[in-house]
Design a protein. Structure first.
Length: 477
């Protein structure tokens, strides 16, 4: 298809096309660069996106950050508060010569989250730019301002022309966090139902997922894999290819351990079979379960998207039943699933507990995220390298994170939103790390069914409770 497009475009009446072509890849393709092409001006026309990398990463990120998928769906939407971009001379009446920090103060509602040059042709973002840029970066003519707002043309705010922005920064320096920076991670028992075929082919992606989910696990944590992968193959992938050390645990059973001491265990079986799932759920009090629609390649041919969703629904119903009859039926079990058909999320039922009778599973709407990411890239090709970092599987780019408000702020104290944002930029008091990380706080996520509060003006005042989390765009410098 790409080669056909190339032929048609360059043999048409317009022999130097200035079009933008976005390609969705179902799996990694190392030779894709060989098929891409540019116009006569050297502008790249083909933008391939392998969103399967991001989807796999997102599912595991949601295990430690409940509600993350909901936040990303909102940010990728074309309506309401979402990613926008505007030329620097048009943004808030013109911001050429101002710093990114000044630009953010000029935006009354929302947040300035990035900057990119108009005609940047590289794959990576320029130093100091992209998402979560250097707040002291001075905007130049031709730059594009990336921001979160409900309008493409936000009016400039005059609220901080009196010097109150500097006063807010000083006030932020005095905030004592309610939670210590070195608070240890809690113990967690996690269950992964199913298997990604790509993990067999590219073990580095399996290792990346294990490291991602175990990073936030404390002492005594364990990660259980329930799938139909042959035991000898699973052992080779975990021990030889991924490099995890073999270990024997306190119950006498063998497995593997991460560098942080998290146990990795393999349970051969099928999560859709009650004889395999029930004994495990009754023996282990799980905190989180990740339900994948795909099973090991050794278990049969690949399933169609509809059949994958059916499998997810089957496992969820079975999980709901065996959890209700387990020794800890009232313990909350955070369930993450994926769906290829929109209606699947409406039909899904999570395990019932006393505190979450009607709480749905944390579903990753695969097709909706694909569609929104591709549309955003098509609409804003110039900021593609910056937005693409959110879908990258590496650790060098920007990412969206959910952080407990208590890590930065005192609880039950009314604080201006601009003060909160200034505190996040500086880092937790006593552990100021703005030289190591660049962070921008864009919203609040409450425990009220993952409600997002994003339409905050700079001077809006709100107090924070123990269950509140801050939505932060973060980049490691």
């Amino acid at each position: 298809t790409i080669l056909a497009l190339r032929h048609v475009l360059f043999t048409s009446a317009n022999d130097s096309p200035t079009r933008n072509i976005v390609i969705q890849l179902a799996r990694p393709c190392k030779h894709m660069a060989s098929a891409t092409f540019c116009d006569d001006g050297g502008r790249r026309l083909i933008r391939p996106m392998d969103l399967s990398l991001f989807m796999n990463s997102l599912i595991f990120a949601c295990a430690a950050q409940e509600g993350l998928a909901h936040v990303l769906m909102m940010l990728l939407d074309a309506e309401g508060f979402s990613f926008k971009r505007r030329k620097a001379h048009l943004f808030c009446g013109g911001v050429i010569g101002k710093t990114i920090g000044d630009c953010d103060d000029m935006l009354e509602k929302g947040a300035v989250i990035g900057v990119m040059p108009t005609n940047w042709g590289g794959e990576d973002v320029p130093p100091g730019m992209g998402l979560a840029p250097d707040m002291d970066y001075v905007v130049k003519r031709g730059d594009l301002i990336i921001f979160v707002s409900d309008t493409i043309s936000p009016p400039p705010s005059s609220a901080h022309e009196d010097g109150s922005a500097a006063a807010d920064v000083d006030a932020a320096k005095l905030l004592e966090p309610a939670e210590g920076f070195d608070t240890p991670h809690a113990s967690m028992q996690a269950l992964i139902c199913g298997w990604r075929p790509v993990w067999t082919d590219e073990s580095k992606r399996l290792r990346a997922r294990i490291e991602q989910i175990t990073l936030g696990m404390g002492a005594g944590s364990a990660l259980y894999f329930l799938n139909a992968v042959p035991e000898d193959l699973f052992k080779r992938l975990i021990e030889v290819e991924c490099g995890f050390s073999a270990a024997t645990f306190s119950d006498g059973k063998a497995g593997w351990a991460t560098a942080q001491g998290v146990e990795l265990r393999h349970v051969p079986g099928d999560a859709a079979d009650q004889d395999d799932l029930e004994p495990l759920v009754h023996a282990i009090s799980f905190d989180v379960a990740i339900v994948l629609g795909s099973q090991a390649r050794a278990a049969g041919d690949a399933l169609s998207p509809a059949n994958m969703d059916t499998r997810v629904l089957d496992i969820l119903l079975l999980l709901r039943h065996v959890h209700a009859t387990s020794p800890n039926p009232n313990k909350y079990l955070h369930v993450i699933g994926e769906n290829n058909v929109d209606e699947t999320a409406m039909l899904a039922l999570a395990p019932r507990t006393k505190d979450s009778l009607n709480k749905p599973p944390d579903f990753i709407n695969t097709q909706a995220i694909y569609a929104r990411a591709l549309t955003l890239t098509l609409a804003y090709p110039a900021i593609y390298p910056a937005i693409a970092e959110l879908f990258d599987d590496g650790n060098s780019g920007a990412s969206v994170r959910l952080v407990r408000a208590a890590r930065y702020l005192p609880l039950h104290v009314e604080l201006k939103w601009n003060v909160v944002q200034a505190r996040v930029i500086a880092g937790p008091r006593g552990h100021e790390d703005s030289h190591l990380f660049r962070r921008i706080c864009i919203a609040i996520l409450t425990a009220d069914n993952n409600k997002i509060i994003i339409d905050l003006a700079n001077d809006d005042v709100r107090s924070y409770c123990d269950t509140d989390r801050l939505v932060v765009i973060e980049r490691k410098v």
